[in-house]
Design a protein around this ligand. Structure first.
Ligand code: NAD
Ligand code: GDC
Length: 339
């Protein structure tokens, strides 16, 4: 027996959306799963969901997607890691259409709750200039100086959620995700983020016997990485909470990229020669999540240790590569530019 009303997940063919649909179905919710990609390209596709292929940049598609839904998790976005967002700013900004039209449709339909997946990329760049960074608290998004393109779109869409709540009474919730990783996500093709990219490179080194990898930047830049299970738990908790302002959803375990590589080497059981590429996309010098607010409001914060999450991620990527797929084995890391 299903519980609650219908829940819509947009971007359901992607990494986080696929895991969210899985969890909602496991908890016996009725789910509509929507993505622009053909279902054969979804990372996870469940026969028990109402799966639809729609381009949510179109308002009519949003109306079809939202029809009958009580809850909307809006995750659809044209996005990726630094290799994608640095060279596809216009495409990233066009995601404003999906959120705008989904909000309009949600208002018309009278949905009960609307969740928007924002990003740590909304934070002002001048607060992320050092590797030994002060963790970012929610107020650090202003005065606004976010990541060019992608970050501006996220910040604008956050504010649209806020004003739909204030002016139209639509209950909106916004989480700022900090670099989420795990199995069943992008690990090749140019949109992958550092955890999946490093897993792929080390797994490829192990499989090929050529124990060397390229590292973007000098490896001393810092990040915190959030395991997918924590992301899904936090997303659903924030959706059901009374937290009306954007809130960090991220790990506070700060590591350098070199330390991330150390972890993957240990999991893989090899050491690799690192070739640093200073002209590759680097993004901010340091970024970490201040979790004071989420601890106060939810009595919880992401806790999965990097070593534990990376073990599962590496195993999944290693298994994909070791299937013998020549294209995957030789996967190029050229930044993806789609036109
Ligand atoms: P993803 O790229 O794996 O999934 C996004 C999905 O949205 C894709 O499957 C894509 O096909 C779909 N999509 C894009 N345009 C669409 C459209 N016009 N209509 C319908 N579907 C469309 O990304 P993800 O990692 O699962 O991220 C989910 C959300 O979380 C995104 O909004 C992203 O910006 C946000 N986010 C993710 C991270 C992270 O580290 N993964 C960090 C910060 C924010
Ligand atoms: O791509 P990303 O994970 O995104 O890169 C983190 C750091 O890892 C960068 O400094 C990058 O130069 C370095 N790096 C080293 N080698 C590699 O092979 C590699 N591939 C990649 N991709 N990076 C490498 C992300 C955004 C997301 C999202 C999150 C929110 O920025 O790209 O879209 O919004 O932030 O936290 P990152 O953390 O800069």
């Amino acid at each position: 027996m299903e519980i609650g009303g219908l829940t819509l997940v947009t971007g359901a063919g992607g990494f986080i959306g696929g895991h969210l649909v899985a969890k909602l179905l496991q908890e016996r919710h009725a789910v509509r799963a929507v993505d622009v990609k053909p279902t054969s390209d979804w990372y996870q596709c469940f026969p028990h969901a109402d799966n639809r292929v729609l381009d949510l940049k179109e308002v009519e598609a949003c109306r079809e997607a939202v029809r009958g839904a009580a809850r909307v998790y809006h995750l659809a976005a044209d996005m990726g890691g630094m290799g994608f967002i640095e060279s596809n700013k216009a495409l990233c900004m066009l995601s404003v259409l999906t959120n705008t039209h989904a909000l309009l449709a949600a208002r018309e339909e009278g949905v009960e709750r609307y969740f928007y997946a924002s990003s740590a990329c909304v934070y002002a760049e001048d607060k992320q200039g050092e590797a030994d960074v002060r963790p970012l608290k929610e107020s650090d998004a202003y005065p606004a100086m976010p990541e060019d393109g992608y970050g501006w779109e996220k910040l604008f869409s956050e504010r649209m959620c806020r004003h739909f709540m204030e002016d139209f009474g639509l209950t909106t919730r916004v989480a700022r995700y900090h670099n989420v990783y795990g199995p069943n996500g992008t690990f090749r093709g140019g949109r992958e983020k550092a955890p999946a990219a490093i897993c792929r490179k080390v797994a490829h080194a192990k499989l090929s016997g050529q124990h060397e990898i390229e590292v973007w930047g000098d490896g001393e830049q810092t990040r915190s990485f959030t395991y997918i299970d924590d992301c899904i738990y936090g997303t659903m908790a924030i959706m059901e909470s009374d937290i009306a302002e954007p809130i960090n959803l991220g790990s506070s375990e700060l590591v350098t990229i070199n330390q991330l590589i150390d972890v993957v080497e240990e999991i893989a059981g090899i050491s690799v020669q690192r070739h640093y590429n200073p002209s590759a996309p680097k993004g901010v010098r340091g970024r970490n999540s201040d979790n004071t607010l989420i601890r106060q409001r939810l009595g919880w914060e992401p806790t999965t240790p990097l070593r534990v999450g990376m073990e599962k991620t590496y195993r999944w990527i290693y298994d994909r590569l070791s299937t013998g797929d020549a294209e995957i084995r030789g996967a190029s890391e050229a930044p993806a530019v789609s036109r």
